[in-house]
Design a protein around this ligand. Sequence first.
Ligand code: NAP
Length: 463
Amino acid sequence: MSDQYQVFANSGIGKFVIKNLGLPSPVVLDRYVSATPVLQGAVLLGAAKVGAVSAAISQTLNNIHANSYAGADAALQQQAAKIGLNLSAFNAGDKEAKFKAVIFDASGIENSDQLVALYDFFHPIARQIQRSGRVIVVGVQPETAGTVAKAIAQRALEGFVKSIAKEFKKGITAQLLYVDQGAEANIESSLRFLLSPRSAYVSGQVLRVQAAETVEVDWSKPLAGKTAVVTGASRGIGEAIAHVLARDGAHVICLDVPQQQADLERVAAEIEGSVLALDITAADAGEKIQAAVAAQQGLDIIVHNAGITRDKTLANMKPELWASVININLSSIERINDYLLAHEVLNSNGRIVCVSSISGIAGNLGQTNYATSKAGVIGLVKFTAPILQKGITINAVAPGFIETQMTAAIPFAIREAGRRMNSMSQGGLPIDVAETIALFTSTASTGLNGNVVRVCGQSLLGA
Ligand code: NAP
């Protein structure tokens, strides 16, 4: 469904009216176009203290051939030079310079006094970040900080990043990347995602990277040779996920209810994938998936996207509405995962990605069943992540307002509120959810396990 208000807001007269009335101004967000560089514009790098994390950031910037700058920090310059990255000099007084991305390594901040490094770095350049720009602050997980003072300071980063995400406007996103000690070599897939237009509708989020095996990937086809199952793939977000995973090189088995066979076949044909018409609540769903992947080399990725809403206030809710939502959105995922793991259907380094919702984080009027199921999905990810073996990971995305048939069915006034009540003043697109899922499915994302990332343009709900 097109957003007519956004079209108006970006017209000549619309810009004038919106500025003068102080209305929300939804800019057109940059979105990823195949075969374009990760970052189209300059990046400014800074560090509270030069160390292993800043070295890893420089390594990624070098790998993506970023046009990189740093202020007067000789240690950072020297470290980058050793890696082969040329950091051009940036004079903090130069107000003409514009940056598409700004990365600050805050992992060396040891106590709350040193948080002033954030102010010193960001204050002078706060107006020099371009439209759809990227701000990334990198820290260490407070739980692993070593001292209480450091843990406090590292936890404080979250408030800074979430505020920047609200202040900078113009489609600029801001994220916090917590990197465990020893996980520096695992940050590249996350950094590439957060720097690029793939993360257009992800903002104010915290992503945690753990130490894990590192693997070489072809970044243009990170899923080459992999087999993926995507549930609910006949339309909406599932269709976009199927397209993105196929673009990244996977053979995608598109799964949906038999009633959606025609659309399922259309999607599968578009991406040279295959079709599995199946109700995921069937008792033998795991076996059916196992049979479907038998012709491939096993299963590498499962994306649990299929979901339904059956909204009613609790007082008006019939028992079957409660039961079907919990069964489809939560219990069937548990049953399928249990089967795939118990029967070793999922290959080593396999990826499980679930689709939650900000309703599962914030709760929502008329959605006791849905919010329960989606909060359960967050629990499923949190409590399954530590017990997985053989390099298998599980993560979730929690979409906010995404333009699909599901949200088109919402009454106008509530739909408009849902669209505007976020830092981007607009709804996200199915592709935004799909790109975030692709981060988690990436062969290179070995260090991402147990994360729940909201794809909601920093919605006010549950923030
Ligand atoms: P959608 O357009 O309704 O598509 C969901 C697909 O899943 C439909 O094709 C649906 O088939 C299928 N499905 C339902 N029950 C199934 C079952 N038992 N077995 C197999 N397939 C089944 O939904 P969407 O908007 O793309 O949402 C996709 C996911 O994102 C859902 O989990 C949803 O909760 C979540 N989400 C969406 C939003 C949003 O703003 N759109 C926000 C937060 C979270 P039917 O035709 O039978 O329904």
